[in-house]
Structure formats: C-alpha cells, structure tokens
Write a protein that binds this ligand. Structure first.
Ligand code: GRF
Length: 186
C-alpha cells in the first residue's frame, strides 16, 4: 500500500477531496495531514475522517528530527501549503512531492503568489484564460517540472472569487486522479 501525507495551510477543500478519493482505493492510504496553522480548517476536515494531524511551527519544520521523524510515507501532496519545503525533504522524496497551483505556470507563480493574489493578478492582466498546474516540488517556489495543466476561461465580469471557484472545480476534478497516476509510476 502506498502511503500519502498531505500538507496544507488553510481550508483544505482539496485535502478533503483527496482523502475521499483515496478512501475508495485500497492500494493507497492518506496517512497524515501536516499543517503549519494551528486553527486551519483542514485540521477539522482531517479529524472527520480520523486521519492523524500534525501541527508544526517554523523551527520544527526545519528540524529533520522533529516533525518528520514519524513521516514513514511514500508520497507527499501539497494542497494549499504555503511554506517552501526544506531541502532535506525534497532530497529525501525526489519526484515524490507534488503541488497544485491555481494558475497556468510559469505565469503567476513564485513567492507571494498564492490564493486570491494569483486570481487578482490574472484578472488585472486581462488574461482570457487561467487554470491549474500540478507539478513536482523542488527547492524553489512553483518551479518543479510540470505534470499536468488544465485551462478555464476568465470572464470579463469575473471577480477574484468567481475565478477562484472556477479554478477550484478544475482542482477537484483533476488533482486526485493525477496524484494516483503519478503514484502508480513510482
Ligand atoms: C488551491 O486553490 C490551491 O491551488 C492553492 O491553494 C488553494 C487551496 O484551497 N495551492 P483549499 O485549501 O484546498 O480549499
């Protein structure tokens, strides 16, 4: 059985969608949810499915002996996780960490480009299309090799919330399946 850890910092709707998807697949198991925000809603979602949660601070995150001692997992999924992964983690899980970004990388990526900041920038630039990018994680924000992209329109009347909702739909539809396909290739 392939064991998955999810890292998230916020609401965790993608995390919950992934948990539900793999609950139906006996070859895979979401083992744990890691979170850097003590009151993030993703922790409530994980508890609903009885998935162990681990909350950590910056010092613990950077200390290989602390948070990650118990991390006996095959694959890491970043689903709205806002900190850069330390290189001891990217080195230990080469091509086994994936992230989802709510735009078409390489555009609208990098440090500070997360959540509504991304959608505001896409709308301000007058883009006609946005979408999602699922990519491997390396030591730089949003720069790992791209695994999958899907597009959606940006409408002239869109607010950042409208666009976020359309992008979230794409995330729910594609992210779990792309994780599964990537895991099967390991
Ligand atoms: C998603 O849009 C994802 O692309 C980005 O952060 C957002 C997380 O949303 N990295 P949620 O917490 O899964 O609802």
């Amino acid at each position: 059985m392939k064991k998955i850890a999810i890292f998230a910092s916020g609401s965790g709707s993608n995390a919950e969608n992934i948990i539900q998807y793999f609950a139906q697949k006996p070859q895979f198991c979401v083992k744990s949810v890691f979170c850097n925000v003590p009151d993030a809603y993703v922790l409530e979602r994980a508890k609903k499915y009885r998935i162990p949660t681990f909350v950590f601070n910056r010092e613990e995150f950077r200390n290989p002996d602390k948070v990650f001692r118990q991390l006996q997992i095959d694959f890491i999924v970043l689903a709205g996780f806002l900190w850069l992964m330390p290189s001891f983690i990217t080195a230990a899980w080469p091509n086994k960490i994936v992230n989802i970004h709510p735009a078409l990388l390489p555009a609208y990526g990098g440090k500070g480009m997360y959540g509504h900041h991304v959608h505001e920038a896409v709308i301000a630039a007058g883009e006609k299309e946005s979408g999602i990018t699922i990519h491997y994680v390396n030591d730089h924000y949003d720069q790992g090799a791209i695994i999958f992209q899907a597009k959606c329109p940006v409408l002239p009347t869109d607010t950042p919330d409208d666009l976020a909702a359309r992008v979230h739909e794409l995330e729910y539809r594609h992210f779990p399946r792309v994780i599964e396909d990537t895991l099967k290739k390991l």
